[in-house]
Every structure is written in C-alpha cells, then in structure tokens.
Design a protein around this ligand. Structure first.
Ligand code: GLN
Length: 490
C-alpha cells in the first residue's frame, strides 16, 4: 500500500502503462490512506464508490489502449469546485448540502483525461483565509510537525485540505484555487509544489467565486513535473468563462529539464522586509545561488509599489466578494432560515450561514463600494493595482524572465496561534498577493527547512502565459533542494 501512495504521478503513469498495477489498486490504496488519516481533516467528503467506479471504467479504457494523459490517477478536489451530483459547499454553512447539477470546467477536463476523483477537500470558507481555520468543517492539520513537538500546525490556506492531502500522500495531486496566495502559501507550508497560473489560463466556470478578477485555479502536487502534468489538463479556453483566454495549451512537462542558461532572474529589493527571519533570507540567497549555478543571471530589480499591494488587495478582494456573495439569500439554493418577511429570511439566512471572516469581508466590501466611499477606496485601490502591474511590466521589459522571492514570511504556525487580529493573518500573503493583482503566473517550490524542521518554499513569478519558464526554473530549485516528506505520525 505504501508504495502505491508514495509514487509521483509520473511514476504512476509509467506503472499503469506497463501494467504493474491497475487504477483500481492505486485508487484502493489511496482510499485506505484517506481512511487512516481522518485526524488530518483534509477530506470533508470521501467518495469511494464513485472513485472505484471511475477507476474500473478507466482500467477498461487502458486495457483497450485508450487511456488519456491522466488515465487512472487518483486526485482530490477542493470543495470550491462544483462536482456534478457530489456535495459542494465551499466549506460554508450557507451552501447547506448543495449538490450541483453540473461539473466545473477544470474538473471535467481532469475526468476527460482519465483522472479518478477520491473526494472533496477542506478549505477556508469561500477561500477566505490563510490557515484553513475558517472552514465550517473545522481546521485541517498539517502532516508536518516541529521537531520534538506534537503541536498541531495549520497547513496554510485557503487550499489547506489540498496541500495537507498531497503532502500526506492521500492523493497524488489536487485542485486548488488562488486569489491572493491560496495555492502557493499552503504549498510552502507543506513542502508541496503549487502553481497559480496566469489569470485567464484556466476556466473559472463552476468554481465558487470569491473575487472574480483575482481567482485562478491551479494544481498542488508533490513534484514540479507532476504539477506540469496536471496543469496541461486543467488549462484551456472555455467559452463559458469570458475571461478565459483562447491560446493553445503547451506541453508543460516538456519544459522540465530545459536549460535556464542565460535567463535573467530578478531579485526584488522591496521583498527584503524589515524583521524578516534570517532563515527566510538564507533560503532566498540559496535559491538565487542554485539558479546562478544552473547558468541564470541574477539582477536586482525594483517593484516600488509592493508596499501598497496588501492594503489594495484587502479592498479589491472584499469588494468583489461582497458582490459575489449577494447571491446567497436563502431563496435559490443552500441553507434557508425562515423569517416573517422576505427581508427577515435574507437576514436570518445570511447571519446563520456566513462565518465571522466572511461577514467581515462582506462588510468591508459593502463599505468600500458604497456611494461616497467608492472613489476614496475602491477606485483608488484599482489605480494602485494598475501601478503594481506596471512595476512588473517594467521589469519584464528590461529582459527579466522571472522573479525569485520567498513564498511566505514564515513556516507553518500552530492551529489557533494566529488570527485574534485579522491583519496578522492577512500578512501571510505579503509575497503572493502582488502576483494576483498583476494577473501573473507564480509557482511555489519546496526549498529547505527552518530550524524546527518545518518546510519553507521559494516563489518564482513569471511573464504572462509563460508558465513553462516557471516549470524549468522550479525544477532547478527542486533538484538542488531535494524533496521533503513528512514523517508519518497520524
Ligand atoms: N489569504 C488571502 C485571503 O484571505 C488569499 C486567499 C485566497 O487566495 N483564496 O483573502
């Protein structure tokens, strides 16, 4: 069993192709691993019957030589993705036991390519959070622990279930979404690889909307190659999402192993924060040295509007969220708490259905969009957003191929340790939100450990639609740093 769950997707594809095992055996091994890891709370819905039926069907296709690029590979799906006939709640009480009558475009492409769904993964409510503690299903536990300690740590968020499940070998890869860092930050906290594609690269259709101008789907996997394999199936134009871009999807896996010689890598001086832990600083220089040894050229760059990114994000994202979440009124779907009038029904449903963090965002969003404050907050934040985007454009215009930064300002923290002050939680995204504000692709790759033995990640930021360069560079980091697996205690 252990062998079947510790393989990479690339290895499993080879094993399935040469008939060393079947998809049903691979699926059963993962279902058993999920059952044995319920204490991590990564899966909020296990779909074993569905998984076995999919695996049997794909085994029959493989036998006929029909497969597909993900034939027989068992995956986990973040609960933000609508899955036909399978409960989808965005981990919010307000969606009740909503069962979508349709499938998200991204997941339908995974099934088209032969993948098997093991179940739905935990996340922060409506993907709002950085620790997976705002979920209606309770927090997810990180399979990593500080050396010599049994304190439960968060896996990061909002894609905490995806990151924890992939790191703990409960699934071979997972879908995730990233609005301000929700793929890259949990990947960094769990020693997994997370890719936030260029805005428009993956369809948002059928994904519960948080902040529509920032949201992007992407994979979390155990290696750079596996994340490239998943990306190829997840990406693509979709006429149902007008922001998805009609551009051919490259063979991302072919970018792995390509020479990075002569590439210009920007090191942004504004990311060197006051009080940044020495370990993060060290990791960052180590990463730069690895890229240099592989033939890349390092250049210092300036992204002068970085300091405004977080405040601007916390205006734009809640504004869009307050508008997107207006649809949850107790009338059309999900939870309904009755009242004496329709107004009271709305109020009761929303008061009961939304958690504290979601309510905070709805209130902030409503405020910054209200007449009288719109110009001072929302419009201003949009202008700042344009300047942030321009910072990156200026940098790329000077020939920079990609930018190297730390992924997070610290390693994973304890469950319940942060969050009394919401801003403390928001600061987790300091290195990641700029990328969403500018619509760029970013990858987080495991790069080392802190003094307590916890994983740390590096982030590479790319030019629009140049995910391939990120895969090439990411693999250089991976080769140099090695891979990290949490010792099993659950
Ligand atoms: N942590 C950020 C937030 O709470 C980003 C979340 C995300 O990317 N979905 O908004």
């Amino acid at each position: 069993m252990t062998d079947l769950t510790s393989m990479t997707i690339a290895e499993a594809k080879a094993g399935l192709a040469n008939k060393s095992f079947t998809s049903l055996e691979l699926t059963d091994a993962h279902l058993a691993a999920i059952e044995a890891a319920r204490s991590l709370n990564a899966f909020i819905l296990e779909t074993p019957d569905h998984a076995r039926a999919m695996a049997r069907a794909i085994d029959a296709r493989i036998a006929k030589g029909e497969g597909g690029p993900l034939a027989g590979i068992p995956l986990g799906i973040k609960d933000l993705f609508a899955t036909k006939d399978v409960r989808t709640t965005a981990c919010s009480k307000i969606l009740g036991n909503f069962v979508p009558p349709y499938e998200s475009t991204v997941t339908s492409q995974l099934w088209r390519d032969g993948a098997v769904m093991l179940g739905k993964l935990n996340n922060d409510e409506f993907a709002m959070g950085s620790s997976n503690e705002t979920s209606r299903f309770g927090p997810v536990v990180n399979p990593w622990r500080r050396e010599g300690s049994n304190t439960s740590l968060v896996p990061g968020g909002s894609s905490g279930g995806s990151a924890s499940a992939v790191a703990a070998q409960l699934c071979m890869g997972a879908t995730a979404t990233d609005t301000g860092g929700s793929i890259r930050q949990p990947a960094a906290f769990t020693a997994t690889v997370g890719v936030k594609p260029t805005y428009g690269r993956c369809s948002r259709w059928g994904i519960v909307a948080f902040a529509s101008s920032l949201d992007q789907a992407g994979p979390i996997a155990r290696t750079v190659r596996d994340s490239a394999i998943l990306m190829r199936s997840m990406a693509g134009h979709d006429p149902k999402d007008t922001t998805s871009v009609d551009r051919a999807v490259p063979d991302y896996e072919a970018a792995i192993g390509k020479s990075v010689k002569g590439m210009k890598i920007g090191i942004p001086k504004e990311y060197r924060l006051d009080g940044m832990p020495a370990e993060i600083e060290k990791l960052w220089s180590e990463g730069a040295a690895w890229l240099k040894a592989a033939g890349a050229e390092l250049v210092e760059v300036s992204l002068p509007h970085t300091k405004y990114a977080l405040p601007a994000y916390y205006i734009v994202a809640p504004a869009e969220a307050s508008s997107n979440l207006a649809r949850y009124d107790g009338v059309r779907y999900g939870l309904r708490v009755p009242g004496r009038s329709i107004g009271e029904l709305y109020e009761n449903t929303r008061a009961e259905g939304f958690g504290d963090e979601v309510r905070r965002r709805v209130m902030i969003g409503t405020y910054v969009l209200s007449a009288g404050y719109y110009d001072a907050y929302y419009l201003r934040a949009q202008k700042v957003r344009t300047l942030i985007k321009k910072d990156f454009e200026d940098c790329f215009a000077k020939g920079v191929n990609a930018i190297l930064t730390p992924a997070t300002p610290s390693a994973a923290f304890g469950v319940g340790e942060k969050g009394a002050d919401p801003v403390e939680m928001y600061l987790n995204d300091i290195f990641t939100v700029t990328v969403n504000m500018a619509g760029l692709p970013g990858i987080a790759v495991p790069a080392g450990k802190d003094a307590q033995g916890l994983p740390l990640g590096l982030q590479l930021i790319g030019r629009p639609f140049d995910e391939e360069t990120l895969f090439s560079l990411g693999e250089v980091v991976e080769q140099a740093a090695g891979r990290f697996t949490p010792p099993r205690w659950w």
